[in-house]
Ligand binder design. Structure first.
Ligand code: NAD
Length: 274
């Protein structure tokens, strides 16, 4: 079910056209699988939001592809140890594209999937809140890596809206501290070196176990434990469909791999659902 890749003397243009044609043929088959499915679990990654203007990390235009040093902003030990890094993190949050981004056709397609009654769970590694903004039910969306719309104190766990913290940065505090205990504030996202919420990961594993079709969308499938979820689904008999521009290490066990822009292919996959 994967697109064929030309191996001989075909021109690059011909090979791209062939690959696109194969992908479209496959998308018709996947659409039929979706129609037949009763419990679909979707795992999304940064790739679903690039068409909303939020860059991913590891794609060709990804933040870390262009600036590998930016990875340190997502390291909890570095964030705690270095006030200078925290000041940079607050500046980066001030300019985050999530504040003005709008959901795109890919997010909307998953709302259509949910309204068809087939969506068992929408697991997202994204922190941008665009699934909920598109209309996905907050009870269906499981945010594996938290949300950028809130801040959390690393000392007492107090949570506040991000807008409140950013207003303090605007007013001149370059590293605002927790107003309750004086602790270090950070966006309520999961950094490297920070554990995932065990209830959240349990709910995600359950949704992966209990589906008959698992759709991985816009994720390089390199960040664990999220990247283990496709294998959980396949191990329990589900079909695996991957929609991603670049190869992933799970392509070999997938029933179909669609390498098209997400905002184009997802609406086609759900167009026939009622
Ligand atoms: P990733 O950056 O590792 O991979 C994204 C994948 O999406 C890439 O393989 C890329 O080729 C593909 N892609 C990008 N745009 C696409 C498009 N329009 N159509 C098809 N494919 C496309 O992302 P990840 O696997 O989610 O892991 C990165 C981590 O970064 C996650 O933990 C996530 O929390 C965080 N992150 C989130 C956001 C966000 O919330 N929007 C943005 C950047 C990073």
């Amino acid at each position: 079910m994967q697109p064929n890749h030309a191996t001989q003397a075909d021109s690059q243009a011909d090979s791209q056209a062939d690959s696109q044609a194969d992908s479209q043929a496959d998308s018709a088959v996947v659409a039929a699988w979706l129609t037949d499915a009763t419990d679909v679990t979707v795992l999304t990654g940064a790739g679903i939001s690039t068409e909303s203007g939020i860059p991913d990390f590891r794609g060709p235009q990804g933040l870390w592809t262009r600036d590998p040093a930016a990875q340190r902003l997502s390291s909890l030990p570095d964030y705690v140890a270095e006030p200078q890094l925290r000041r940079r993190a607050w500046q980066s949050r001030q300019q985050h594209p999530a504040w003005s981004a709008e959901p795109n056709a890919g997010h909307q397609a998953l709302v259509t999937l949910e309204r068809s009654g087939r969506l068992r769970g929408l697991l997202t590694q994204n922190i941008d809140g665009l699934h909920q903004r598109a209309g996905s039910a907050p009870t269906t969306v499981i945010e594996l890596h938290g949300t950028i719309w809130e801040v959390e104190c690393l000392g007492c766990g107090d949570r506040q809206p991000m807008t409140t913290a950013l207003a303090r940065v605007d007013d001149g505090e370059d590293d605002p501290a927790c107003l309750r205990c004086g602790g270090i504030l950070k966006s309520a996202t999961v950094s490297f070196g920070q554990p995932l919420d065990p209830d959240v990961i349990r709910a995600a594993e359950r949704a992966a176990r209990e589906c008959d079709l698992f759709l991985a969308v816009g994720t390089s499938l390199t960040v664990f434990p999220a990247a283990a979820l496709p294998r959980v689904a396949v191990g329990n008999g589900a079909r695996l469909v991957i929609v991603n521009a670049e190869p992933t290490s799970y392509d070999g066990i997938a029933n179909a791999v669609l390498r098209e822009p997400i905002g184009g292919v997802l609406p086609r996959l759900v167009a026939g659902l009622r």
